[in-house]
Design a protein around this ligand. Structure first.
Ligand SMILES: Cc1ncc(COP(=O)(O)O)c(C=O)c1O
Length: 401
């Protein structure tokens, strides 16, 4: 979203702050870019809905023919209520309970199981069912330890050495393993990181072990540039190489399979901006600290992952810069959006735009300190599509009474 300063200032004037703004046109372009890059015809892109639950985003995802990856029963209900049919939803459960599996299976949604324990329980409860399995290919990718989701020390997926047992459990319960899945990490910019995991998974595919196989899902993890002037994922290269690899996979498997990918961040990160207002300026013996009316309860990525989010001072863009910490209103000293950041002079009342906040911003927000979640506005071509109002303080407090 560049050159959108006037629009954002208008929106914050109308809807107040803190406010998440989503440019749906950006999501549309990212979806199209990914679809165009993967030449393999039999493909399915599943949007990892945990990245952002905004209804305008979900409506677009459905309109563009994507499916949905979910990680909780409530996400499954959201996908169904948003118009996705059960066959376009996958449930990728981590440490799920029997109750989770029962609820999701009853809704006709395919379960993607990520442990031998879940597979054994699923086999007991639902013999004869189709199932997908999340494999841990022991290839670790990802921009931060917390988002590295494969390797022997992580809690996700079934290790390759357990595949013999998987096959025997499936056989004795009459389960059809229709899909194999992996998700090795998040924030990949080098296509080779993604392809490394895909090649490892490919080594495990044999028609003898998986006679019912219909698709292979290589997961999400496609990264976006968070800092200006940093490289983008060369999506066309990734798509071409993945399609070529998949062609080889299908040849050696002996028939055509469906290629699935499961991006979250890649589709929605760049569409989002969190607008906040500066409430308090401090000068602590020369250290400038700008306090704003939001905090890590609304965007936790800087605190959780040390993530960089670009910040612009929309109210004073041409002023000389100074070095600021930009901090939140949560009662924790670790509550910051940026440390030692050069920004145009900040004044109390200024509106700051925190960029690339469309993925894992609002969806990871909490009610900590009982600050209401930000409002959300979706726009396309400068027109407002939908506004989700921020709850009032009084209304929020009543939640706990
Ligand atoms: C199973 C699974 N699929 C897909 C994703 C989406 O990852 P990303 O947003 O990095 O594409 C995640 C993220 O945690 C995940 O756990």
């Amino acid at each position: 979203m560049s050159n959108d300063r006037e629009l954002l200032l208008r929106l914050v004037h109308e809807y107040s702050s803190p406010l998440y703004v989503y440019d749906i046109g950006v999501v549309r372009a990212q979806v199209q870019r990914l679809l165009d890059s993967v030449g393999w015809k039999k493909k399915q892109i599943l949007y990892a809905v945990k990245a952002n639950y905004n209804p305008s985003i979900l409506a677009l995802i459905r309109e563009m023919g994507l499916s949905i990856d979910t990680v909780s029963p409530a996400e499954v209900h959201l996908a169904l209520a948003s118009g996705f049919s059960p066959r376009h939803i996958m449930f990728t459960a981590n440490n799920c309970s029997d109750a989770d599996l029962q609820e999701v299976h009853a809704l006709g949604v395919l379960c993607n199981l990520d442990s031998l324990s879940a597979l054994r329980r699923f086999a007991r409860m639902f013999p004869g069912s189709p199932v997908c399995l999340r494999i841990n290919p022991e290839i670790t990718a990802g921009s931060h330890k917390a988002v590295q989701t494969a390797g022997v020390h992580v809690k996700f997926g079934i290790l390759p050495e357990d595949l013999g047992e998987v096959v025997s459990i499936a056989k004795s319960a009459g389960l059809s393993i229709v899909g194999l899945h992996e998700h090795t990490g998040s924030g990949m910019i080098d296509p080779e990181d993604y392809l490394k995991g895909a090649k490892k998974l490919a080594e495990l595919l044999t028609p003898q072990n998986f006679p019912h196989l219909q698709f292979v899902d290589f997961g999400g993890g496609l990264g976006v540039p968070y800092q200006p002037d940093t490289p983008e994922l060369p999506t066309a290269i990734l798509g071409a190489k993945l399609s070529a690899l998949f062609e080889d996979i299908c040849k050696s498997f002996g028939r055509e399979l469906e290629l699935c990918m499961e991006p979250g961040k890649y589709l929605v990160a760049q569409c989002g901006t969190l607008l906040v207002q500066v409430t308090t300026l401090r000068n602590n013996r020369g250290k400038l600290i700008a306090g704003v009316n939001s905090g890590f309860s609304h965007l936790i990525r800087p605190v959780l992952y040390g993530a960089y989010h670009h910040i612009e001072n929309l109210s004073n863009p041409s002023a000389a810069t100074a070095i600021y910490d930009v901090v939140g209103n949560i009662c924790e000293s670790g509550d910051y959006f940026a440390e030692e950041r050069a920004l145009p002079e900040i004044r109390e009342g200024d509106i700051l735009a925190i960029r690339t906040a469309g993925a894992y911003g609002a969806s990871m927000a909490s009610l900590y300190n009982l600050r209401p979640l930000p409002g959300e506005v979706s726009v396309e071509n400068g027109k407002v599509l939908r506004h989700i109002e921020r709850r009032s303080n009084k209304d929020l407090s009543s939640h706990f009474r």
